[in-house]
Design a protein around this ligand. Structure first.
Ligand SMILES: NC(=O)C1=CN([C@@H]2O[C@H](COP(=O)(O)OP(=O)(O)OC[C@H]3O[C@@H](n4cnc5c(N)ncnc54)[C@H](O)[C@@H]3O)[C@@H](O)[C@H]2O)C=CC1
Ligand SMILES: O=C(CO)COP(=O)(O)O
Length: 397
């Protein structure tokens, strides 16, 4: 009946049932207490739907291929920072007989990122590029974007032209505005180097702790994306595939800039309303630019877009957000960067975003404000005042 427990409704907002068209006409629809018969029917419908889902899932699992994992004997990871190390451990755990080589400048370095975790026995750190790359079946690239070109040029002679490169790096090269899908083939002087972007909401630490995670692999080569999906996916890592390389890459790069803005809002204690408004505006700005660059809107609102934006803007494990929080609480950028031993890609990507926005003629007030703050041309406080004073928007119906 309607309402089932009137005493639970605060007196200030209690309503009397009436035939008003604004109130529900079918009391049962909104009642919390259904008759036993209707409860049984409702539960049956839910159970049938759930069982159908499980049957569908089981039939897919039974057809799942494992040949890629069986065939893969060696994977090389370029860059032994936190994400390179976490992905190396993940792949090594997939198969004991697989050799996972991490190419690092200092072989002791990758132990420093996760001192509480023991790396699998089949992970080997080396600073010898030739040995690391020799007979590798797949290559994971985890060197920060701004150092990627010089790093890749140095090792190019040891790279097999058919070696698939799976890029984990999220950002834009500052002076050239290039994404990793352009940086890698150009630095290796091989336009046909197979390329896959791996992105999505995935903190290295949580992957290392085998917490449930979902990511996207994007490649123009559908078969290759499927192979990488097979190589990486397991009970705690779901991998979906996409052909929208531009969308996956641009969203992964720009969310880092937005996360700095979100951190600033938190550091300045501007409240939850501000945070939601800022992130929503940032999502629109990313979508405007990305779609003009040829990305699909669904990629931007999906896992590697909105999914990663939510993680990076709302969770304090993010290095980019942390830069923003510290800026918002009054610290200077050079002091913040000087005290960090890990990369916050959004800092340099911010500069590249503005040039892209001009190239594609897109207005991006929030991301432009971050770039201005990174250049010390604007204080966070002034940025907030300016953003709040922008013309009031007329929403189209
Ligand atoms: N840490 C994370 O949770 C995630 C990181 N990523 C992306 O992965 C990429 C790498 O990030 P992290 O591993 O977290 O960074 P990090 O700061 O933990 O490590 C960076 C690594 O790159 C190496 N490096 C720096 N300059 C170099 C150079 N000139 N030549 C060769 N190596 C150099 C460093 O020695 C270090 O091993 C970034 O683009 C980041 O956005 C993506 C998803 C998650
Ligand atoms: O890309 C990330 C999670 O998906 C990591 O973000 P941060 O680089 O800001 O820590």
């Amino acid at each position: 009946m309607f309402p089932s427990k009137p005493q639970l409704i605060p007196t200030c907002c209690a309503v009397t049932p009436s035939p008003s068209p604004l109130l529900p006409q079918d009391p049962d629809k909104n009642s919390l207490q259904l008759s036993p018969e209707r409860t049984r029917d409702r539960r049956k419908v839910v159970r049938i739907a759930w069982e159908k889902l499980l049957r569908w899932s089981r039939s897919w699992r039974s057809r799942a291929k494992t040949d890629v994992l069986e065939r893969t004997k060696k994977v090389v990871v370029l860059g032994g920072g936190s994400f390179g190390t976490a992905m190396a451990a993940h792949i090594a755990n997939r198969k004991d007989q697989m050799e996972v080589s991490i190419l690092v400048r200092d072989p002791a370095v990758c132990r420093k990122y996760f001192p509480d975790h023991k790396l699998p026995e089949n992970v080997i750190a080396t600073s010898d590029a030739r040995t690391a790359l020799l007979r590798a079946d797949y290559c994971l690239h985890a060197v920060p974007v701004q150092f990627s070109t010089s790093f890749l040029k140095e090792i190019a002679e040891h790279v097999d032209p058919g070696l698939p490169f799976i890029s984990l790096s999220k950002g834009l090269e500052l002076n050239t505005l290039r994404m990793m899908s352009q940086i890698i083939p150009q630095a290796l002087k091989n336009p046909r180097q197979p390329f896959i972007a791996l992105s999505g909401p995935s903190f290295a630490l949580e992957l290392m702790n085998k917490l449930p995670t979902a990511m996207v692999v994007a490649s123009k080569d559908r078969k290759l994306a499927g192979a990488v999906q097979q190589l990486l996916s397991c009970s705690h890592l779901r991998i979906s595939t996409s052909r929208d390389v531009t969308g996956v890459e641009i969203a992964g790069a720009l969310k880092n800039v937005l996360a700095i803005a979100a951190g600033i809002v938190e550091g300045m204690n501007l409240g939850n309303n501000s945070m939601a408004a800022l992130v929503a505006q940032g999502c629109s700005e990313i979508r405007w630019l990305a779609t003009k660059m040829g990305a699909k809107p669904a990629t931007i609102t999906g896992l590697s877009g909105t999914g990663d934006i939510m993680l990076t803007c709302f969770v304090n494990l993010s290095r980019n957000k942390t830069v923003g929080v510290r800026l918002g609480s009054g610290e200077k950028l050079e002091d913040i960067l000087g005290s960090m031993n890990q990369v916050a890609e959004g800092v340099s990507t911010a500069g590249a975003v503005i040039a892209l926005a001009q190239k594609y003629n897109v207005k991006m007030p929030v991301l432009t404000a971050v770039a201005q703050i990174m250049d010390s041309e604007l204080t966070p406080k002034k940025a907030v005042l300016e953003l709040m004073s922008l013309p009031q928007v007329i929403q189209s119906p």
